[in-house]
Design a protein around this ligand. Structure first.
Ligand code: T4K
Length: 410
């Protein structure tokens, strides 16, 4: 059968199995949709800010655009100290180093590998714990179980921008006299207990990577209420140099440059609108998937601000298709869904090969097998999100028949 003309959208619900793109039908979308596609301010606004940096010939080393970004983000996050860095991984390293952390660091295995590598890179020992089903963040009960006198810090993650169990983790950290570092890489635009995330624990670290909701090409922010810590972090991000002809401590080069800050500021002007757009996408996906059997769409913490940057689905045991089958079906439809975060960090090298082998972490293992993420941001309209959701729901409703035509999954 000939493909429909380009102007006619492919129906969301196929008339027959062979209309699925993986089985020979036309793809649902005429372009690839990605998880992590950057959402950008209008080009002219980005260009104008970059041009201002070029005109000043001040390109890095605590330039005026970096300072403006720090001030505006600090206000937005309601935190006294906000320090821009060149990415969140180095941000975590600088925070750990400025806190003088030694020995072991307790962290979740279900996170991006950069969280664990930041610890390992400093010569510290990552100790992995499991996460909670409810928020996919580090389980305080696991921390209690694994904490020892060798534990130098807890490093928890606000995964997908949902707050981890901060109150319980803060209490444990306080009781043991160790810092709580929060990886807030996903958390711009997200809140907890009526406030923006960014001012919890000892220190929080945001990512402004291109794939994040607020992007500065590459970048990060370290936020804290501790003035002395903030000063050490500022020193350490610039080789330990407080001013001309002085070096006060060991440091690294974790400075953000002016072009990154220019992009970050331009995008910041549109960030609230982006969050509204993402909320509409989430609602559209939710409406289409409401009746999809065996599937759960992650919801924000009730009543709290949320960026909806990550649209997270969980396949339940009753689902008729395996997560990886859905991912293959979607790729053929030009939807590049992701399987964050598999394998869990404990199953990745070098951690997997440590003596004694990786710990058994049932929730991490299960989430690594059952979660997938769908596209968000300006690349996709709510109407398209609805069509994509309907296609997914159709696949699950007809999963038994679809599965007979797909390679078997383990
Ligand atoms: N902690 C957590 C919890 C994190 O998730 C991350 C980073 C960090 C710490 C460390 O933050 P940074 O040091 O990066 O600031 C991506 C990002 O590279 C990574 O920053 C992010 N987490 C992670 C969740 O996602 P990959 O390996 O999935 O990237 P990649 O290259 O596959 O890109 C993802 C998709 O985005 C691609 O399929 C296409 C699209 N894309 C990407 C880029 C860079 C574009 O369309 N345009 C682009 O310019 O890690």
């Amino acid at each position: 059968m000939p493909s429909p003309p380009a102007s006619t959208p492919v129906p969301a619900e196929p008339a027959r199995l062979e209309d699925l793109a993986l089985l020979g039908g036309p793809p649902l979308f005429d372009r690839m949709l990605y998880v992590g596609r950057p959402s950008m301010a209008p080009d002219a606004e980005v260009h104008a800010r970059i041009q201002s940096a070029l005109d000043r010939r001040w390109l890095t080393n605590d330039g005026p655009l970096v300072q403006e970004l720090e001030r505006r983000c600090g206000e937005r996050l309601q935190v006294p100290h906000c320090i821009a860095v060149n990415n969140a991984t180095l941000g975590l390293e600088v925070a750990l180093r400025a806190l003088g952390v030694q020995g072991e660091v307790l962290l979740p295995a279900f996170t991006f590998i950069g969280t664990a590598h930041a610890v390992q890179w400093l010569g510290l020992t990552p100790v992995f714990g499991d996460v909670c089903d409810a928020d996919h963040g580090l389980d305080p009960a696991e921390v209690e179980r694994r904490i020892t006198p060798a534990t130098g810090a807890i490093l928890a993650v606000h995964l997908w921008g949902r707050a981890c169990a901060v109150e319980a983790l803060e209490a444990i950290a306080r009781r043991h006299g160790i810092p709580l570092i929060l990886d807030a890489a996903h958390a711009m635009g997200c809140g907890h207990a009526g406030r923006p995330l960014g001012s919890r624990g000892t220190v929080e670290v945001f990512s402004l990577h291109a794939t994040k909701g607020l992007n500065a090409l590459e970048g990060g922010l370290i936020t804290t209420g501790d003035a002395a810590l903030a000063e050490r972090i500022r020193l350490m991000r610039n080789f330990g140099i407080p001013g001309e002809d002085q070096v006060r401590c060991v440091g690294t080069n974790a400075k953000m440059n002016e072009f990154s800050a220019a992009v970050g500021l331009a995008n910041l002007d549109h960030f609230d609108d982006l969050c509204v757009h993402n909320q509409q996408l989430h609602a559209a996906y939710g409406a289409a998937l409401a009746e999809a059997p065996g599937l759960r769409l992650m919801q924000p913490e009730p009543g709290q601000a949320f960026s909806h940057h990550y649209i997270v689905l969980e396949l339940l045991p009753t689902a008729t298709l395996h997560r990886d089958q859905l991912v293959s079906l979607l790729r053929a439809e030009n939807v590049y869904a992701r399987r964050y975060f598999r394998p869990g960090c404990h199953q990745a090298e070098p951690y997997r090969s440590r003596p004694g082998g990786p710990p058994v972490l049932p929730v991490t293992e299960r989430l690594g097998q059952t979660l997938l993420q769908l596209p968000s941001g300006l690349q996709i309209t709510p109407e398209e999100a609805h069509r994509l959701g309907r296609r997914l729901a159709w696949c699950l409703r007809h999963g038994d028949a679809v599965a007979t035509r797909l390679p078997r999954m383990a």
